[in-house]
Ligand binder design. Structure first.
Ligand SMILES: Nc1ncnc2c1ncn2[C@@H]1O[C@H](COP(=O)(O)OP(=O)(O)OP(=O)(O)O)[C@@H](O)[C@H]1O
Length: 402
């Protein structure tokens, strides 16, 4: 039996009105002709989603695709123009930096205010107060007005309150990217605990890695519509493909002709060879040097289909690459590749030592490692098992280029 629906988004559309008049005076002068001086903009169109209790849903999409608007509509912060939202249980939302905090109140006062808004009594908040402050790491600044807090401090305190009010549903909008690394780790642990406890999480993220590791369902938005709803790996692939199309579009001049970058990924070919039980992967990268760039180099990384970075290297410490214009071929050889069954992506980026980035191919190529009987996971470990009277089997994992 599937778990009950905690959020139901029914055919929701959201319109924003964009005023063409720049100044108040223009608006005043054009008051009677107001309709002609405004544009309707549909940030969300006909969105329907049922979110089941206990799931972790990632909302992803390009800038302006409507992720934050959808999260705010789900959170009841803004009303849909059409359609309806049904929500059950206690909700805690981390939507905008500082939203829900009163700048003139201290951290302590804001904790009580926020917790009250989220439905906690004063004595319930008293009980959690030390834990909240402890989790936030705010320390003695808890009695300082929050207008003096840094953005990191805001997020830490807001997150600490949200996760200590016993929510059934947690909405998180990108704010996790703000805190420092130890705090982000703490947040991730808390989210994992929430998942374990069967709470529901909806999060907006730009990080494929975060979405891939946390979510069991990914919704890709494009221009306010659902482009994909379901498998996270497929969602991340669709999102990346979109970024690649966007990048190509940026590389066009106004007349449609292709604009050249100083360094460009010209070609990328993968080969694999299998010998004596090990796989060697060879990647041939053709770089078009259109303008001489001193100290250029290549970043080369391998990721899982869910965006988890497995390996990263650059050529900067290995090679001084030729600066003459024309196509240069680099050959990356990875002997004895030991990754487990699954799909992998190879990304390449071209840049220089001064930190300038020129071209990026994400992915430049993909490969698939078929399942074998040695186990699953990102590591291919040739674990051997013996048992008296048993016949050992020998299995080979061949790599297929896709
Ligand atoms: N209050 C508003 N008034 C007018 N337009 C708005 C308003 N809020 C959002 N928009 C527009 O709606 C579209 C969707 O915005 P939204 O913030 O939901 O996108 P997003 O996918 O979260 O983007 P990002 O990744 O940049 O945060 C954007 O084009 C944005 O400019």
């Amino acid at each position: 039996m599937s778990s009950p629906t905690i959020v139901s988004v029914n055919d929701v559309s959201k319109r924003f009105i964009m005023h063409k008049d720049k100044s108040l005076k223009e608006r005043f002068v054009n008051f009677r002709r107001a309709r002609r001086h405004r544009d309707d903009f549909w940030a969300l169109s006909e969105i329907s989603l049922d979110i089941h209790s206990g799931s972790t849903v990632g909302l992803v999409g390009h800038n302006g695709s409507g992720k934050s608007t959808l999260l705010k509509v789900i959170g009841g912060i803004i009303q849909p123009t059409k359609g309806s939202i049904l929500r059950r249980g206690r909700m805690a939302a981390l939507l905008e930096l500082g939203a829900g905090f009163h700048p003139d109140l201290t951290g302590r006062e804001n904790v009580y205010l926020n917790a009250a808004i989220l439905g906690l009594t004063r004595s319930e908040t008293d009980r959690h107060f030390d834990e909240i402050v402890d989790f936030s790491g705010i320390g003695e600044f808890i009695d300082t007005q929050v207008k003096f807090y840094s953005s990191g401090m805001y997020v830490r305190l807001a997150f600490a309150v949200a996760v200590h009010v016993d929510p059934d549903l947690l909405l998180v909008d990108e704010v996790l990217a703000v805190g420092d690394e130890p705090f982000q780790r703490k947040c991730m642990e808390k989210i994992a605990q929430f998942q374990h406890e069967g709470r529901t999480i909806i999060l907006v993220s730009h990080s494929a890695e975060q979405v891939g590791s946390l979510c069991d369902r990914v919704v890709v938005l494009d221009g306010g519509r659902i482009q994909h709803d379901g498998n996270p790996g497929e969602g991340i692939r669709i999102l990346r493909e979109g970024y690649e199309d966007e990048r190509r579009a940026v590389l066009r001049n106004a007349d449609g002709s292709r604009r050249k970058l100083a360094l460009e990924v010209g070609s990328f070919d993968l080969e694999s060879s299998f010998d004596a039980g090990t796989t060697t992967l060879t990647a041939r990268l053709g770089v078009d040097v259109n303008e001489s760039v001193p100290d250029w180099g290549v970043g080369f990384s391998i990721e899982t289909a869910l965006g988890m970075r497995l390996y990263n290297m650059t050529t900067f410490d290995e090679l001084a690459l030729p600066t003459s214009t024309g196509r240069h071929e680099l050959v990356f050889t990875i002997p004895d590749l030991r990754v487990g069954p699954g799909q992998y992506m190879i990304n390449v980026g071209l840049g220089d030592k001064a930190g300038r980035n020129y071209d990026l191919a994400t992915p430049a190529g993909t490969f698939q490692v078929p399942g074998d009987d040695y186990g699953n996971g990102v590591l291919a470990l040739r674990t051997s098992v013996t048992a008296e009277g048993a016949v050992p089997l020998v299995r080979n994992a061949k790599i297929e280029l896709t």
